[in-house]
Design a protein around this ligand. Structure first.
Ligand code: SF4
Length: 564
């Protein structure tokens, strides 16, 4: 039983670029932003965009002076002229690859050649390219149309960027076979051909394929045609709620998606499929895991495990207060934060949001109780531990609110959540135990804090990368949104190297005992989960959290074996 997500599923470069331009523009002014036609062929994304002041408009109804985005499909020159006549502020998000085909059509037209496009006649991209063909253009969709096509002049054959490779090869073959004066240019985008190729491979290897995407999306429908053409059952769904129950009877299920499907929808569908496939003991295990993740109890267990490790590193006596304060504080504050993240959660993890709403009556008091007990135990353990815990609770509560007179909101500082979270993990799992047990901080406490800070920063970045597209939609300012994917990956790798280097130095200098070598497993684990995440071996919020946080309790048990 397995669910495998296609590596190439989801936003292509052109759609991602158009989305980013739209969201960037939206954040610049409070005015409504318009897109010429739907920005993306996905009803979920369009719904969120509408709620965030990004509305569809046609060239006829665009208001004078309004800000209008040309989507990735591009438009014909007359449409641009109409917008210019109305003094609209145009934000051009035409995909560079589509713009290249438009230029090819324009040059062919200037040379007096006719343009033939293999594609869908009603598709906006096709209309835009035809609009550039000065000497006239024609769209054909089937090999039969290619056989009966009449040409008045030399011609150029191009393809809609999301057209099927097979159909294009057939059409080009039919035209060449008729010895017409036609130049053939395969303009199908690499992203499309790779996606179709992977869908073909998956269709041959898996029992069934679920395709996630809007029904109006041509490239999504094309994926379904390719898969059913190979005799493999294909199910096209727009979200996890549309998965038919019969899918669960297949042993191996592949998940692919069109170019306009966001990652969060793919992830939600994959998670639902894993849940539907689980039976008997597996189902029980899945429910337990989902409960641990959604209730934040896995966070508490991870905090306890890192505290055990830090106690081992610092050669501290593992008393009750030493071990209880970190998980209580981190559990309480994470739980309160989960309650307040409603908009992003609705997109990224609707199952978690529903869990929080259904269990609010006992989870909310539990969060406050955990914080209260953490403060009490820390204060009884040491004055400084009490002061630090009280400050951390106040900071955690102030994080989301506008600070009076200062006119700042900490949550609005890019990356602040990751820095605060990693800082809290470092202070609570390393400094607070040392203050309670010894009343002071030794060099081992600083070394341990630096390692935990690096590792939990990587953890926070991994969560941000998972939620990148959803966070961007609601205007969250995380480090990956600020730095971009590439630099965030560089930052993660640097932090992993830093953690490994610090652990090695601490062991070599005798700051940590030899058993503290368990520290080296932390960066190794981070490398593994980042790799799994990049290759899409792990999808869905529950499995992701289990992979990232589930290793800490195992490490905690190992540390326990070396403690006095
Ligand atoms: S499929 Fe390719 S050409 Fe079309 S918008 Fe996406 S990246 Fe651009």
């Amino acid at each position: 039983m397995s669910v495998i997500v296609s590596r190439t599923a989801g936003f292509c470069m052109g759609v991602r670029r158009a989305m980013e331009k739209a969201l960037e523009e939206r954040s610049r002014t409070p005015d409504t932003l318009f897109t010429l036609g739907p920005l993306i062929h996905n009803p979920h994304v369009l719904d969120i965009l509408r709620r965030n002041r990004v509305l569809e408009v046609s060239e006829e109804s665009a208001e004078a002076g309004s800000r209008v985005i040309i989507r990735a499909h591009g438009v014909a020159p007359p449409v641009r002229r109409k917008l210019a006549e109305r003094s609209c502020i145009v934000i051009d998000a035409t995909c560079p690859k589509v713009a290249r085909v438009q230029k090819m059509a324009l040059r062919a037209g200037e040379a007096g050649r006719q343009v033939v496009i293999a594609g869908d006649k009603d598709h906006a991209e096709v209309r835009g390219i035809l609009g550039h063909a000065l000497a006239g253009g024609v769209c054909i969709s089937t090999v039969e149309e290619a056989r009966s096509l009449e040409l008045d002049s030399p011609a150029l054959l191009v393809a809609q960027t999301t057209f099927s490779e097979e159909s294009f090869a057939e059409i080009a073959g039919a035209l060449r076979g008729r010895h017409l004066d036609i130049e053939v240019q395969d303009t199908i985008c690499d992203a499309t051909s790779e996606r179709q190729e992977e869908a073909r491979r998956m269709a041959l290897e898996m029992d069934a394929i679920v395709i996630v995407g809007g029904r109006t999306s041509a490239n999504t429908r094309r994926l379904a045609e390719i898969i059913t053409g190979l005799g493999t059952p294909a199910f096209l769904v727009e979200d996890e709620g549309e998965i038919p129950p019969e899918v669960s009877r297949y042993e191996t299920i592949g998940v692919t998606a069109g170019a306009s499907t966001p990652n969060w929808l793919i992830s939600r569908v994959a998670e639902r499929l894993v849940e539907m496939q689980a039976r008997g003991v597996r189902w029980l295990l899945w429910r337990c895991l989902a409960f641990l993740v959604r209730s934040n109890l896995l966070v508490a267990l991870s905090a306890l495990a890192l505290t055990l490790l830090s106690v081992l590193w610092q050669r501290l006596q593992p008393g009750f207060r030493v071990l209880a304060v970190p998980p209580l504080y981190l559990f309480g504050i994470h739980l309160l934060n989960t309650f307040s993240e409603s908009q992003a959660q609705e997109i990224n993890e609707p199952a978690q949001k529903m869990f929080m709403q259904q269990n609010r009556a006992w989870l909310m008091p539990l969060a406050w109780m955990s914080l209260g007990i953490a403060l009490l135990l820390a204060s009884l353990g040491s004055l400084w531990a009490g002061v630090l815990t009280a400050s951390a609770i106040i900071l955690g509560l102030l994080y989301q609110v506008r600070i009076p007179f200062a006119r700042v909101q900490l949550i609005r500082i890019p990356g602040s959540k990751d820095l605060f979270t990693a800082g809290a993990w470092a202070v609570f799992t390393c400094c607070i135990p040392a203050l309670i047990a010894e009343g002071r901080l030794l060099p081992s406490a600083f070394m341990a804090s630096a390692i935990v800070f690096s590792i939990t920063m990587v953890r926070a970045l991994a969560y941000d990368l998972k939620d990148l597209q959803g966070d961007r939609m609601v205007g969250k300012e995380t480090i990956p949104i600020y730095l971009g994917m590439r630099w965030s990956s560089v930052l993660s790798t640097s932090l992993i190297v830093l953690a490994a280097g610090l652990a090695t130095v601490a062991l070599a200098l005798g700051v940590f005992p030899p058993a503290g070598a368990l520290a080296l497993l932390l960066p190794a684990h981070a490398l593994v989960y980042l790799r799994l995440f990049q290759s899409r071996r792990v999808s869905g919020a529950v499995l992701f959290s289990a992979t990232v946080d589930g290793f800490f309790p195992i490490l905690g048990l190992l540390a326990l074996a070396f403690l006095p």
